[in-house]
Design a protein around this ligand. Structure first.
Ligand SMILES: [Zn+2]
Ligand SMILES: [Zn+2]
Length: 287
């Protein structure tokens, strides 16, 4: 729900930062960096400031109770497709393009990690050929820029139109900052997923070039930083394609919840992945 209200923001009428009137909120699924908290972040419209939402997480009072709640929005089905979009001439002949393609396919095909999401009625799809956008992005790229750019790339035939049956992973080159409202990648967040237009998509994850600090608690490899973020955003997009309308735990998505007691995990093909919460197991996913 890019511009709308959920149960956590339905009563907020003034921006907590600037005091101006809030017409609605844009909801974005964000993996925070450093000390910030991964959750569904709320950006006030029209001022654009992030408003922090109080958490009301159920914490173990009823161990048998299911934590995840489904709000009725679109979720990923069998046969849906990913397209990796590498934005900028930097990516031409970069070995990372193949490594990232392989990681996306491995994460999507993994029977335990992605296959386990069947408990949420979420299917498994496949990876189409990647696209390299030769025109460089501007030095800062907002979520609105990405949604709008995907639509224009589809119109000009550069990028395939997945409709609502798939999503795009958008990779930014080194030195480019992703922004959400007045927030910048690496200073407060690592990566995110969003929709260009609510339930209609296009649905996308945004992976800025890996941050040097704050986004990898497991290794010093920037590729591992990438797959940790990518796995989390892929899972959260699949289970909550339009942030906040799918499977959530309070104001968090199902990987955000597992960041609280973070454990380093790899899938069988070797990529580091972030865990998601399994209601069936009553625990976060483990390799
Ligand atoms: Zn909300
Ligand atoms: Zn404001």
């Amino acid at each position: 729900m890019p511009e709308g209200r959920c149960s956590y923001c339905s009563k907020i009428e003034e921006c907590k930062t600037c005091g101006s009137r809030v017409e609605s909120f844009r909801h974005v699924g964000v993996r925070a960096s450093g000390d910030y908290h991964s959750a569904i972040w709320h950006y006030a419209y029209p001022c654009g400031h992030r408003n922090d939402i109080a958490m009301s997480k159920e914490t173990g009072a009823h161990p048998a109770a299911k934590l995840a709640v489904y709000n009725g929005g679109p979720v990923w089905k069998d046969g849906y497709q990913w397209v990796n979009i590498f934005w900028g001439a930097y990516w031409t002949n970069q070995p990372w393009v193949q490594f990232i393609d392989r990681a996306v396919a491995d994460i999507e095909m993994n029977q335990s990690y992605s296959g386990g999401l069947k408990q949420y009625d979420v299917g498994q799809g496949s990876l189409k050929s990647h696209v390299i956008i030769q025109q460089d992005p501007p030095s800062t790229v907002s979520n609105q820029d990405i949604g709008g750019s995907i639509v224009s790339w589809i119109k000009s035939g550069i990028v395939p139109d997945l409709g609502v049956k798939g999503a795009y992973n958008v990779f930014l080159p080194p030195g480019i900052t992703a922004t959400l409202g007045t927030d910048s990648s690496c200073s407060v967040f690592c990566d995110y997923h969003d929709s260009g237009n609510g339930n209609n998509g296009p649905f996308f994850t945004c992976e800025p070039y890996p941050c040097s600090t704050g986004c990898n608690q497991c290794t010093s490899s920037s590729f591992d930083t990438m797959t940790q973020g990518l796995s989390e955003e892929m899972v959260e997009l699949k289970t909550d394609m339009n942030p906040g309308t799918g499977w959530v735990i309070g104001n968090e998505e199902i990987c955000d919840y597992c960041d609280t007691h973070f454990v380093c995990n790899k899938i069988s093909t070797g990529e580091y992945v972030n865990a998601w919460y399994s209601d069936a197991a009553g625990a976060c996913w483990k390799s």
